[in-house]
Design a binder for this molecule. Structure first.
Ligand code: PLZ
Length: 449
C-alpha cells in the first residue's frame, strides 16, 4: 500500500466488501430518486465517504480504483495536502466578500499564475468564474466586445457546457440539448478533423477538414462577421478526439489572418492532464483566449478566461463578474493545486500514465477487434468501440464494458458522439500498481464481453 505525498492517508487499494452498489448506497440511491430531480443522472451510484490518491471509498466500505477524477477534475488527487491546507486556512479567515465589492489577494495571485502558465509570452489578463460553461460564455462576451462582431464558430463533436449559449456551442443533442431550445443564435458549426472517421482516411484529414471549415466560414458566415472560433484542442465529451495534426494551427492561422479571436477551450485538457500544462502547446498553438476550469483547483469550483491583454481589457469596466467568481476558498485551493502540479511534476506523471495505458490498450486492440481506435494524450486516453470488422459505432460494448468495470470496482466513464467511447482520466497521482490493476480488470471485461 502506497501512502501519498501530502494526500489523505487512505489505503491505496481496491477493496470490494459488498456487491456494487452495496446496500447502504442502494438506500441512498432510493433517497436520491425521491429527492433529486430526475434529470440529474449518476454514472455509478456508489455514495462516497472519502477519496484520495487513486481511490474512492464508499458508504459500504468498498474502495474503488478511480479512472474518472470526477470528470478530469481531481488531477492532483482528492483532498490533496496543499489544497486542503490552503483552503482550510482561507476558510478560517473569510469565506466571501465578493471580489467586485472588496477584493483579496488570492484572486490576483491565481490570475498571475494563469498569465504565467498559459501559452505565449505576450501581456495577459485573466478573469475568474465558477464553472467551465461560465468561462466559455465570458470568452464569447469578451471576443464580441473586442471585435464588435457577433458570430461564433464551433466544431462537430465539441462540448462547451449546459447553459443556453454553451448548449448552442455544444454539438451533441442527447442528453445535453434535447427539448431545451431555442438556443442562442449566431453559432456556426464546422467539420472537425477526426482522423479515425474522416471519409477519405486519416492522411489528408487535417488539410481537407481545415479547407472545408474555412470554405464554409467564408461562404456561410463571412470571416468579417466572426467574433470567435472556439475549439477544444482535444474534443473531450466528443470522445477524446485529437484533431489530425496540422488542423489546429491552420484554424488558428485563419483566425489570426481575419481578426477573429481564437479561443482554446482547455477546460478538460488543461493543467497537466495531457502531459503539458495546456494541450495546445503540443502543436505550438498560442490561443488569443484560453478557458480553464476542472483541474485548476483540485475539486473546488473555479474557472477562468485568460488571454491577450488588449482583448481581455476590451470589455467595459463592470461588464464582467458575478457574485462568486473567484471565490477566496476556491482561489486558495487553486494555488495549492498549481503548487502540487509543479512540485510533483504532474506533467511527467501524465506522460507515464500514457505510456502504461497505451501500451496495454494497443495490445488489447490486437486481441479484441471490437477496439477500433486507441487515442488521447497523457492521462486523457480513450478507446473507440466498433462492430468487429467495421467502423460502425458499438455503444452497447462501451456500456457493457463500463458496467463490468464498475462491478469490479473500477470507475470508468463513457463518452463520444455515438456513445461508443470508453475514456480514462485517472488522477495524475494514481499509484502505478492501481493503474495496472485497473487495466487488468478492463482486460478481463473484454474477455467476458
Ligand atoms: N468545456 C471542454 O469538458 C465540462 C461535462 C459533464 P462545466 N465537461 C464535463 C456534464 O455532463 O455536464 C466542460 C468541458 C469543456 C466546457 C465544459 C463545461 O464545464 O464546469 O461543467 O460548466
Amino acid at each position: 500500500m502506497t501512502e501519498l505525498p501530502g494526500g489523505p492517508s487512505l489505503p491505496q487499494e481496491r477493496r470490494l466488501v459488498t456487491s456494487i452498489p452495496g446496500p447502504k448506497s442502494q438506500e441512498l440511491l432510493a433517497r436520491k430518486t425521491a429527492a433529486v430531480a430526475a434529470g440529474v443522472g449518476t454514472v455509478l451510484p456508489v455514495f462516497v465517504t472519502r477519496a484520495g490518491g487513486g481511490v474512492v471509498e464508499d458508504v459500504d466500505g468498498n474502495s474503488l480504483i478511480d479512472f474518472g477524477s470526477g470528470i478530469a477534475v481531481t488531477s492532483v488527487g482528492n483532498s490533496a495536502g496543499a489544497v486542503v491546507k490552503r483552503a482550510a486556512e482561507q476558510l478560517e479567515r473569510f469565506t466571501h466578500t465578493c471580489f467586485m465589492v472588496t477584493p483579496y489577494e488570492g484572486y490576483v495571485a491565481v490570475a498571475e499564475q494563469l498569465n504565467e502558465l498559459t501559452p505565449g509570452d505576450h501581456e495577459k489578463r485573466s478573469a475568474l468564474f465558477n464553472s467551465g460553461a461560465e468561462a466559455v460564455e465570458n470568452a464569447v462576451k469578451i471576443a464580441r466586445a473586442y471585435t464588435k462582431r457577433q458570430a461564433v464558430v464551433v466544431f462537430d463533436h465539441g462540448y462547451h457546457g449546459r447553459t443556453n449559449l454553451t448548449m448552442a456551442l455544444t454539438a451533441k443533442n442527447m442528453p445535453y440539448k434535447h427539448g431545451f431550445g431555442p438556443f442562442a443564435p449566431e453559432v456556426y458549426r464546422m467539420p472537425l478533423a477526426y482522423p479515425y472517421r474522416w471519409l477519405t482516411g486519416p492522411e489528408n484529414c487535417a488539410e481537407e477538414a481545415a479547407a472545408q471549415a474555412i470554405d464554409q466560414i467564408t461562404k456561410q458566415v463571412g470571416p468579417e462577421n466572426v467574433a470567435a472560433i472556439v475549439i477544444e484542442p482535444i474534443a473531450g465529451e466528443g470522445g477524446f478526439i485529437e484533431p489530425a495534426r496540422g488542423f489546429l494551427p491552420r484554424i488558428a492561422e485563419f483566425a489570426g489572418d481575419n481578426g477573429i479571436v481564437f479561443v482554446a477551450d482547455e477546460i478538460q485538457t488543461g493543467f497537466c492532464r495531457t502531459g503539458e500544462w495546456f494541450a495546445c502547446e503540443d502543436e505550438g498553438v498560442v490561443p488569443d483566449l484560453i478557458t480553464t476550469a476542472k483541474g485548476i483547483a483540485g475539486g473546488l469550483p473555479l474557472a477562468a478566461v485568460t488571454g491577450r491583454a488588449e482583448i481581455m481589457d476590451a470589455a467595459h469596466a463592470g461588464g464582467l463578474g458575478g457574485t462568486y467568481g473567484g471565490n477566496p476558498v476556491a482561489c486558495a485551493a487553486a494555488l495549492g493545486a498549481i503548487e502540487t502540479m509543479r512540485e510533483l511534476d504532474l506533467n511527467a506523471k501524465a506522460k507515464r500514465i500514457e505510456e502504461v495505458m497505451k501500451g496495454r490498450l494497443l495490445a488489447l486492440q490486437d486481441k479484441f477487434d471490437v477496439i477500433g481506435d486507441v487515442r488521447g494524450r497523457g492521462a486523457m486516453i480513450a478507446i473507440e468501440l466498433v462492430e468487429p470488422g467495421t467502423k460502425d459505432p458499438n455503444p452497447a460494448a462501451a456500456a457493457a464494458l463500463a458496467k463490468a468495470c464498475h462491478a469490479e470496482g473500477v470507475v470508468v466513464l463513457t463518452a463520444g458522439t455515438y456513445g461508443n467511447v470508453l475514456r480514462f482520466l485517472p488522477p495524475l497521482v494514481i499509484p502505478e500498481e492501481l493503474l495496472v490493476e485497473g487495466l487488468d480488470i478492463l482486460e478481463n471485461a473484454f474477455s467476458n464481453l
